[in-house]
Write a protein that binds this ligand. Structure first.
Ligand SMILES: Cc1ncc(COP(=O)(O)O)c(C=O)c1O
Length: 275
């Protein structure tokens, strides 16, 4: 065990503050972090962590940058994942969800005191130019997308459907030997897969990755890598679709469990025959 949430937050906050102090805060421009790690294995920090990071950044006078490329625009059940703690970062990077991916667009969102540096009448070379900056069609797509998110209450839906998905999966496969933690925030969900004999160890990567095809054959497109199966369905998913998704994802995990159990029985039988 890594300790209670409070202990984890305190320990990691101390490590962060020490690291910045060791480098000399004068030389550190910013702390950049994902509010929930996505590609890193859907690691969801305990609530309280972002507030501590904000405090440390204020105390040491370094900027706080939240990478909300995956989490922004409703994925975690709030418009932005930092809102789970009412934390305001100095900068946010956003992309995918800003247009729901229909047209490529990314953006940097800055607090006033930072945005003011890039004034419209500036004659300094202080703006990094970018070929596709401010593309009007992409921006129009983002505005249309945001209007739909608002009109159809899709952020709220993400929170409610995420909860439903978590519960359905937890209830059905939470007790299986190869299943560790089922964790989620909104519609960003991960099932941790573990070695059934040593549950503090991950399940073999090739077994985890095999879930991609097992699920695909049943009509689900998950992303299984490392030690986690990830699900991130569209924010417009409804209750019936959540139940169907949970059913098929669980069926896939059960199929893998059967395979792992059968392989173990075979190994035990071979070992018994040898002795
Ligand atoms: C959290 C996060 N930040 C940044 C990126 C990369 O963004 P870009 O492709 O614009 O470099 C990704 C890509 O998936 C991401 O998941």
């Amino acid at each position: 065990s890594h300790g209670s949430d409070e202990q984890i937050v305190r320990r990691c906050a101390d490590m962060l503050a020490d690291a910045v102090r060791k480098e000399d805060p004068e030389t550190v421009a910013a702390v950049i972090l994902e509010p929930c790690l996505s590609s890193g294995g859907v690691i969801i920090p305990p609530l309280g962590w972002l507030e501590r990071v904000r405090d440390i950044c204020d105390e040491l006078d370094v900027l706080m940058i939240a990478d909300e490329v995956i989490t922004g625009f409703g994925r975690t059940g709030k418009w932005f994942a930092v809102e789970h703690e009412a934390v305001v970062p100095d900068l946010m990077s956003v992309a995918k969800g800003i247009t729901s991916g229909y047209i490529p667009l990314s953006a940097s969102i800055a607090r006033g005191r930072l945005a003011e540096v890039f004034t419209e009448d500036s004659h300094e070379e202080n703006v990094h130019p970018n070929t596709y900056c401010g593309h009007p069609v992409a921006c129009a797509a983002a505005l249309a997308n945001i209007a739909i998110l608002e009109r159809e209450g899709l952020i709220e839906n993400s929170a409610r459907m995420g909860e439903r998905l978590q519960q359905a999966i937890e209830r059905r496969v939470g007790g299986l030997p190869i299943v560790g933690e089922v964790r989620s925030r909104g519609l960003l969900l991960a099932v941790d897969l573990v070695d059934p004999q040593r549950k503090d160890q991950p399940l073999a990567r090739e077994l985890v990755a095999s879930l991609n095809m097992i699920a695909w054959e049943r009509g689900v497109i998950p992303f299984a890598r490392g030690s986690v199966l990830r699900l991130a369905p569209p924010l417009c998913i409804d209750a019936g679709q959540v139940d169907e998704l949970a059913g098929l994802a669980c069926e896939s995990i059960e199929a893998l469990q059967d395979q792992v159990s059968a392989a173990r029985r075979d190994r035990v039988a071979v070992a018994a025959a040898r002795s």
